[in-house]
Design a protein. Sequence first.
Length: 559
Amino acid sequence: MEPRKISQWVAVSPQIAAADMPAIKAAGYRAIICNRPDGEGADQQSFEEIEAAAKAAGLEARYLPVTSGMVTDRDVADFGMALEQMQGPVLAYCRTGTRSATLWSLHEAKDRPLAQILSMTKAAGHDMSGVARRIANGGKTPTDTGDVHFQVVIVGGGAAGIAVAASLWSRRPDLRIAIIDPAEVHYYQPGWTMVGGGIFEAHETARTMGSLIPKGVKWIKAAVAAFEPGKDAVILDGCRVVKYDRLVVCPGLKLDWAKVEGLVETLGRNGVTSNYRYDLAPYTWQLVQRMRGGTAIFTQPPMPIKCAGAPQKAMYLSADHWHRSGHLKDIDIRFCNAGGVLFGVKDYVPALMDYVRKYDATLNFFHNLVAVDGPAKKATFEVNEPDKDPRRVEMSFDMMHVCPPQSAPDFIRVSPLADPAGWVNVDQATLRHKSFDNIWALGDVMNAPNAKTAAAARKQAPTVAENIVADIAGKSAVAQYDGYGSCPLTVERGKIVLAEFGYGGVVKPSFPSFLIDGTRPSRAAWFLKERLLPPIYWRAMLRGHEWMARPERLGTAAE
């Protein structure tokens, strides 16, 4: 927690935790305003958790969520009203504090000179010069000129963003490159399934963002508010403007926890967990270890989602523990999938079905989770089976692992870069935008019909880097992405079904079958997942070393 005092009555802060409440109270604050929507980050506690801790400490708490970079006049009015109604000094927080500082600045604009607002916010560590330009420009951020300019700007510092920055830097260390991302911590998200299965510790999956940004690449620690591709401009939180020659878009996707009624309020308690959140994966393992009997439900929402096999990986590892501990016979396992198949590539289904039968799991297809009553331990599913009327069914549970609905981030969905479904619209081979020649995208946010996995990003990054370097040299695209994705399905502790496939579900194994036959459970594949893939991720992929990921030359597939 880092409160930064702007005025006598208002301070702003990056994300706070429930455990910070005693210190906040001791610092003299009497009220808290949350300006960060629930579910925005992988390590973010919900407002309900913060509010409960605040009330226990005698603090008032109010939820005024603002979508990153989208501060509206109504948001400003609500913020001002909250400041008037709350008693005593107020601490407002969001991911970095910028949204809260922006709200304060716009609220104060009618009473304070701009110079004073800039001075007060600068003393608190926030540059509001962009906000000042927005105020002076009648509420719109001017983008004819920018605060900074780079040859290549990368939006997103996840697996895709850092990998493509490293691949670009290894090819052209003379390029001026910037990564825009507000997060302090970078996560190896493929490891969270293993955390939930008691194999990895959560801290092993986290590194500071600053330690991973490639040498020579500028890190702009901010959230993106909007794109103006016609003016080669990216607008940031706080209304700053970054100009670019070429843009790479890879911010990941949004986990929409709030889309399931009651889910946000019960996550991390009442037996409801998810390996899709950093702080909840250890809770999954706690629940698995404690469970001796009852009903365990594992859910999967409609596609697309990141790592489509992750929901059933959680089921297999949990069931394996119950099998080994002798409790499996007393546990009713149910896999509730909004889709109609266990796995999208049929070659791997027989091996997975062997484990479904081994664990005596019930498969409920076309079951989409729409509501959770945590205290009552009831889950409601909307069932949409072909040629049948939709209906709702309710199931009781003792433990439930939830995979949340997922979508493109809000600032992507409303941008000129998006297709009608909200995803960045790219050519599936070159990953270049279909409408803007100096924009590329990779990772989970683009609309190519491939699996959204870290393994996919590992192959996409060199392709984008190669094509950008060619474009800078005045050449056409030279590399193509074949849709490769990989999903190591952890069917039991010590064995994995290594699914590897490309566009159209074509099986694309990386190893000869005598080493790893991906259609069968393998100890060698487990060794790859547990021992080799994490160091490959940290030391190769994020450093521009393209082990088994060299880009395919454009046109070779057709030849």
